[in-house]
Design a protein around this ligand. Structure first.
Ligand code: FES
Length: 214
């Protein structure tokens, strides 16, 4: 069993800045889109969580790759809206009737609609599995490209070292590693251009467009 420090490639006495640097590097190295494997990538996420939480001893209920089982979750109904639509229609993010307006407008399914997020699916992953291309870059909690604004419900993030507390207070979450924690959710995706998020981004993936592939 590798220690979380081995997985991240750092010494046990590495300081916080070194841990974050190593995490960002390993996320990119192991990402499936960059030649890594899903297991390796998940092992890096898990190792980072363990180092942050101080749980850096021998693994308990992890498998040989240090991958912990995700807890079972119920299906979640997610109503989504593309942030770019707010600009197009001059709608306000704080408008209580925002989702009703979107529903009434007959928008393209890529911009507004509902998806069911199954247990063991991250929000971004669920959108992609339904044929949508929401923005992302690292997929590892290390940038803000995949940020969403949670308007109702809650999205639980096992890993976040990029969003400051004031962003979290405003309901900003990461869709790449966020898992729904409520039965119903309303989210605005593609909020990466909002003030404060732009400077937290990484260079985008090639297909940085929020359009349905189907
Ligand atoms: S894509 Fe980088 S944090 Fe989600």
């Amino acid at each position: 069993m590798k220690s979380p420090f081995d997985v991240l490639g750092i010494d046990p006495d590495a300081d916080d800045a070194a841990v974050v640097r190593a995490y960002r590097r390993r996320v990119k190295e192991t990402h499936p889109d960059h030649g890594g494997s899903a297991d390796e990538f998940q092992a890096v996420l898990t190792a980072y969580e363990r180092v942050l939480s101080g749980d850096d001893g021998e693994a308990g209920d992890t498998d040989s790759e240090g991958v912990e089982e995700r807890p079972p979750r119920e299906e979640t109904r997610v109503e989504y809206l593309n942030y770019e639509v707010l600009d197009d229609y001059d709608w306000d993010l704080d408008d209580d009737a925002l989702f009703q307006k979107a529903s009434d407008e007959g928008l393209d399914p890529a911009d507004y609609g509902r998806i069911l997020v199954h247990p063991h699916e991250f929000l971004l992953e669920a959108a992609e599995n339904r044929g949508f291309a929401w923005p992302y870059a690292c997929r590892g909690g290390a940038c803000a490209n995949c940020a969403v604004a949670v308007m109702e419900g809650e999205l639980s993030m096992p890993v976040n070292h990029i969003l400051p507390p004031e962003m979290l207070d405003r309901g900003i979450r990461l869709s790449c590693n966020g898992v729904p924690a409520t039965d119903e959710m309303k989210v605005i995706y593609n909020v990466k251009h909002r003030p404060g998020l732009e400077e937290l981004r990484l260079p985008p993936r090639p297909f940085e467009q929020a359009h349905s592939e189907g």
